[in-house]
Design a protein. Structure first.
Length: 233
């Protein structure tokens, strides 16, 4: 709820990074955006705070094409969370790229939580921890968290670019409406009264010029306020 109600988009991803590193757990987490065709990439944010002093952009620029996880996602349509051990060959552990990352930021065992992105691009969270590899339970958590990452990404983009007077709390209600929750269930999730949820819902409908849930959700998706539902096929 801190994420959904954050008033500054710059705080959304750091909050999520803190939660991810605590839940999986991990020593660090970095949100990465790269263009494989152009050979460019950058770290958008990360946790803990000392990562902001690390040469992340230089590491990505120098080694993105040989990093097993980055190469896998950029060259395929796969968006399944994977560990470095799932895709790395034996040569990786002796490579210059591996040792450069390990020396700079302690890269060792890693897991990737990929976001939706265009072909030839990779946007997602790379997490690392020292020594202990990520297990099947970690992958199960990562798979559940991945849909949240996409929602948060759209939410942060909406806060930056969409000229809308929908408040953060109304946005939280809208996201949960799109998940099919009732007003009572939304109130329970957000820790507010059902009648307060109804008031927020009425405000959302008015601001989107909608008279019902389906219309409001459809307009919100067209505006980029909500992600499109995954294809059933």
């Amino acid at each position: 709820m801190d994420i959904l109600t954050a008033r500054e988009p710059v705080r959304v991803w750091p909050l999520l990074m803190e939660r991810l590193t605590a839940d999986l757990p991990g020593d660090l987490a970095v949100l990465i955006d790269l263009d494989w065709e152009a050979g460019t990439g950058r770290a958008l944010t990360g946790a803990p705070d000392w990562l902001h002093e690390a040469p992340l952009d230089a590491l990505i620029h120098s080694h993105m094409r040989v990093h097993p996880l980055l190469r896998h996602y950029a060259q395929t349509a796969d968006r399944t969370p994977l560990t470095l051990d799932d895709v790395a060959s034996d040569d990786w552990w002796d490579s210059e790229a591996y040792w450069a990352g390990k020396e700079a930021i302690g890269i060792d065992r890693q897991i990737a939580l990929p976001l939706r992105s265009e072909p030839g691009r990779f946007r997602g969270v790379i997490m690392s921890r020292e020594g202990v590899g990520y297990a099947s339970a970690d992958l199960e958590y990562a798979a559940l968290a991945r849909s949240l990452l996409d929602t948060v990404d759209v939410h942060a983009a909406m806060m930056r670019t969409v000229d809308s007077d929908i408040t953060p709390r109304e946005m939280a209600v809208l996201v949960l409406l799109a998940e099919g929750l009732t007003a009572r269930a939304i109130g329970s999730r957000l820790g507010i009264k059902e009648r307060t949820v109804v008031k927020h819902k009425e405000n959302v409908y008015r601001k989107l010029s909608a008279n019902d849930r389906v219309t409001a959700i459809g307009k919100a998706r067209r505006l980029g306020l909500l992600t499109e539902p995954p294809d059933s096929g």
